[in-house]
Design a protein around this ligand. Structure first.
Ligand SMILES: Cc1cc2nc3c(=O)[nH]c(=O)nc-3n(C[C@H](O)[C@H](O)[C@H](O)COP(=O)(O)OP(=O)(O)OC[C@H]3O[C@@H](n4cnc5c(N)ncnc54)[C@H](O)[C@@H]3O)c2cc1C
Length: 412
């Protein structure tokens, strides 16, 4: 019996991966008139996005070792860009997303204050950092034993579950959950690729696209291999974050500066539906904690809190957990931290773009870069409706702390 041809659907742009990168890009491209869709393999925001600390920062923390570079100037605009989106006045409508904190603090333990003061008085950081007077200290640092100095950054913190839901809610009909078990890539005659998928009804169909944008975070590496692209290459930055669930009243968002150029400890606070909260602990602790067991990391995190905030009492019912998680980035010389978003046409295939935002903060920058690549190839918006693929809808991912402690996130 002759094979019946598969039904074929077409999109201007098919985005693979529904984290912050894929969802922001979908919103940006759809608003421009592109017929764009997102294909997600599990849940939206699954890997890095819901595990991030939610800081939308202007790059100050990367300047602690010295002066601002050109690249860190690009990041400096990001908090204002996000704030416009949160007001509904930006390129993407984020009015449904919640801001957890309008500020991020930077504090030094005693002894390092003068180094910070000299740097923050410099021209490089003017207008982006304010010294906090003792009367205005955040409650958790308002203790007679506190000796350090505190600065308030223009940075803010977004609640990533509400961010994912807000972006998804703007274009729900363009989000699809795909199963790679029933999917494979086909090479077409023009040097591009198309995707054959299996629909909810068990029947195969083809998806063609002017461009496939790989926005799958760590998943990009396997995707690029599957379509036969030798470049761009990816690097992984493994971390192990600590989480503590407690009922103290302190909501705190801050970096503690130690002797190194990166923050010694970064604390962000995430409210849960039962009124408790999670302090999520990153920074050097999470970088050095990669090779520790969960128990060793938790012990190290407790020591850091006891050393930096000795007066703090999180209560005897505080519960602890550890989270190994990996950041995915485009490969850099000497494993440097990229400080710009990355998007490039993949080598060897005509219609694939590989994209890593490298930071939540830089996602608008990623969308600019992808749009520029599309324009350079004259891939214009078709203004056609998005294809109604025969696939299920993906759900938003649960946060790692909701999973670890079995309590839902507080509703936005
Ligand atoms: C612990 C931690 C803290 C961080 N804190 C901050 C911060 O405070 N501020 C900041 O700016 N940045 C922060 N980051 C970085 C930031 O989280 C990431 O840069 C950003 O979330 C990456 O988004 P993404 O969409 O590229 O990837 P992800 O969020 O990893 O999303 C990828 C998506 O693609 C899907 N996927 C994977 N493979 C496939 C496939 N084959 N097919 C279909 N779908 C696929 C996944 O299921 C997932 O939904 C942090 C990162 C970590 C790990």
């Amino acid at each position: 019996m002759a094979d019946t041809p598969h039904p074929t659907y077409s999109a201007d742009i098919a985005i693979i991966g529904g984290g912050i990168a894929g969802l922001w890009l979908l919103n940006r491209l759809a608003s421009r008139g592109y017929n764009a869709v997102v294909l997600e393999k599990t849940a939206l925001g699954s890997h890095q996005t819901v595990a991030s600390q939610g800081m939308i920062h202007g790059g100050i923390k990367y300047t602690l070792g010295g002066a601002l570079t050109g690249a860190s100037e690009a990041i400096a605009e990001m908090p204002d860009h996000w704030r416009a989106c949160l007001r509904g006045e930006g390129d993407v409508d984020l009015r449904g997303a919640r801001v957890l904190s309008e500020h991020f603090y930077l504090w030094s333990s005693a002894g390092l204050g003068s180094r910070m003061g000299t740097f923050f008085a410099s021209k490089a950081t003017r207008g982006r950092v304010d010294r906090v007077k003792s009367a205005d200290l955040p409650a958790v640092l308002r203790d007679p034993a506190f000796r350090g100095s505190v600065y308030k950054l223009v940075d803010m913190v977004v609640d990533t579950p509400s961010l994912i839901r807000a972006l998804a809610a703007n274009y729900p009909e363009r989000l699809f959950r795909m199963d790679w078990q029933g999917a494979n890539w086909q090479r077409d005659d023009d040097g591009g690729v198309a995707l054959t998928l299996t629909g909810e009804d068990g029947r195969p169909f083809d998806l063609q696209a002017g461009a496939f944008v790989f926005a799958a975070g760590e998943g990009n590496e396997a995707l690029l291999r599957e379509v036969g692209c030798p470049a761009p290459a990816m690097q992984r930055r493994p971390l192990q974050q600590a989480m503590v669930r407690h009922r103290s009243e302190h909501r705190f968002y801050g970096h503690c500066l130690g002797t190194e150029a990166t923050p010694r400890l970064t604390i962000s606070s995430h409210p849960l539906a039962d009124g408790s909260q999670v302090w999520y602990l990153g920074g050097t602790l999470a970088e050095k904690g990669v090779d520790m067991s969960a128990d060793q990391l938790i012990a190290a995190a407790r020591r850091e809190l006891a050393d930096l905030l000795p007066w703090l009492d999180l209560g005897s019912d505080a519960e602890w957990a550890a989270l190994p998680v990996t950041r995915a980035e485009p490969r850099q010389r000497n494993f440097a931290r990229p400080d710009e978003a990355f998007a490039k046409w993949a080598a060897g295939v005509d219609n694939v773009i590989a994209a890593w935002p490298t930071k939540l903060t830089l996602t608008p920058n990623l969308a600019d870069r992808v749009e520029k690549l599309l324009r350079e190839r004259r891939l214009e918006p078709s203004l056609a409706p998005a294809p109604a693929l025969p696939l299920a809808r993906p759900e938003p991912a649960a946060t790692p702390w909701a999973k670890a402690f079995g309590v839902a996130d507080a509703p936005a």
